[in-house]
Design a protein around this ligand. Structure first.
Ligand code: SF4
Ligand code: SF4
Length: 163
């Protein structure tokens, strides 16, 4: 069952210690077929997920913008890269370009992304649950399960599948 967005932070918090323990074990000894399992769990979860009904990632957390993202999106707007940066971005504590504010400026009232075809790589890949060597991003995932209902479900399914 898909958890409700408003319940997700508490659900993730209640599971935090259990999930952390599970990830510690996973990092120590990742199963040989982990990439395959993650691909399957990711596909299953997103078949049941309508991101247009959610958009919680776009509303609560922004992507980081790589130099290539900036180049592509500025070109899309026919803007100079520096002009795009000044208008929409700031540098965060880790020295990455991120949005000046959330919800994302490029999210419309119906949860559509206004720059979908040229959106940042991080948006295309979020919540990164189908990436290879998933065990390397467990710290990030520990945060994402409180934001993304699909990621939450994927991690819960992992616990059932990987003993
Ligand atoms: S990726 Fe996750 S948080 Fe973002 S819209 Fe889809 S289900 Fe919601
Ligand atoms: S650029 Fe598009 S996909 Fe990325 S956070 Fe903004 S609205 Fe969402």
């Amino acid at each position: 069952m898909q958890p409700k967005i408003e319940d997700l932070p508490k659900l993730a918090k209640d599971k935090h210690n259990e999930t952390k323990k599970f990830f510690t074990k996973l990092k120590k000894k990742p199963p040989k077929n982990l990439d395959y399992v993650m691909q399957e769990l990711h596909e299953e979860a997103f078949e049941r997920t309508d991101c247009l009904q959610c958009a919680n990632c776009c509303k609560t957390t922004g992507p980081l913008f790589t130099p290539k993202d900036i180049e592509r999106i500025a070109k899309h707007f026919k803007m100079k890269q520096q002009q795009f940066i000044d208008q929409y971005l700031r540098v965060d504590e880790e020295n990455d370009y991120v949005l000046q504010s959330v919800p994302c400026t490029f999210l419309d009232a119906d949860n559509y992304c206004l720059i979908y075809d040229v959106r940042p790589k991080a948006c295309r890949e979020f919540p990164h649950t189908d990436r290879k060597k998933f065990q390397q991003i467990t710290n990030l995932t520990l945060k994402n399960v409180a934001i993304c209902p699909a990621a939450f479900n994927i991690v819960e399914a992992m616990k059932q599948r990987i003993k």
